[in-house]
Write a protein that binds this ligand. Structure first.
Ligand code: SF4
Ligand code: SF4
Length: 269
């Protein structure tokens, strides 16, 4: 990381760069400003190049040093090329559907051979909290548990999730309208509910688990040919602090927002 000594004006800013690093790394800030220093300086070794300080600086005085900048540029170029090819991933020929119970997070509950079998997600967190490490405090942990709440409770909210059963209580009327107009409308509603991105794609049944976590088949009618795909933006700075609890907070909030969106949009449709 480097600071442009011409652009950097510590007398005119609120040292936003240091505050930004502090938000992620607590007391272990990697950008320092001591009495008598003209400008802040970096302790480059532990610095993660997350660029939070660069984004926070009101005068754009911080940038990646040339070596790291070149590496990031190369990565960005590779990503742009993939986007141009419209192939964000490749699928191996031997890929086939598999049971949801084999998915890594489900194995915690379902697979006695798994080393973390029946251990809660936070089973060792109390010992981490006791170590008093920045980013792993009591409040960080509680925030993480709270943000998972809606996602973790989604199967208890069975009435809300069982769209078919819920709908059968009400008369069903099919709206006759131009599919293009309806699609645009559904996208607007999804964004209103909080989706950051929304699209509609042909349903590729290869991407549906063979069976659910209980070993039951997914009941998706053959007449359903399209899927609504929503993306939820997560907090960039918090994700960058991984593996601190703040990264889990950002992930958890994303999952809980997904649960909310899923219930609301399915009901609306
Ligand atoms: S880098 Fe930016 S935020 Fe940090 S002291 Fe300089 S001007 Fe202020
Ligand atoms: S790049 Fe990230 S870790 Fe490095 S000094 Fe800036 S905020 Fe701190």
């Amino acid at each position: 990381m480097r600071i442009d000594a011409v652009l950097c004006r510590p007398n005119e800013c609120a040292l936003e760069c240091i505050q930004a690093c502090q938000r992620i790394h607590g007391d272990n800030v990697y950008i320092k400003f001591d009495e008598g220093d003209g400008h802040p300086h970096f302790e480059n070794q532990p610095c993660t190049s997350c660029l939070s300080c660069a984004r926070a600086c009101p005068f754009d005085a911080i940038s990646l040093d040339e070596k790291r900048g070149a590496r990031r540029q190369a990565k960005r170029r590779a990503r742009v090329k993939i986007e141009e090819d419209k192939r964000p991933y490749e699928v191996a020929d031997y890929f086939e559907r598999f049971p949801e119970a084999n998915m890594i997070f489900a194995r915690v509950y379902k697979d006695p051979s798994f080393q973390h079998y029946q251990k809660g997600v936070y089973h060792s967190s109390e010992s981490v909290v006791r170590k008093r490490i920045a980013g792993y405090g009591r409040l960080d942990l509680e925030l993480s548990i709270a943000t998972w709440k809606l996602y973790d409770s989604r199967f208890n909210a069975s009435d809300a999730y069982d769209v078919k059963q819920h709908k059968s209580k009400r008369p069903q009327r099919r709206l006759k309208a131009d599919p293009e107009i309806l699609t645009q409308h559904i996208k607007r509603v999804a964004r209103f509910f909080g989706a950051s991105l929304v699209g509609v794609a042909k349903l590729d049944r290869k991407w549906i688990y063979q069976t659910n976590i209980e070993g039951e088949p997914y009941d998706i009618d053959e007449s359903i040919m399209f899927a609504v795909v929503m993306a939820v933006e997560m907090d960039y700075d918090k994700i960058n602090s991984s593996p601190a609890f703040a990264a889990s907070v950002a992930t958890a909030l994303g999952y809980s927002k997904m649960a909310f969106l899923e219930i609301e949009l399915a009901e609306y449709i």
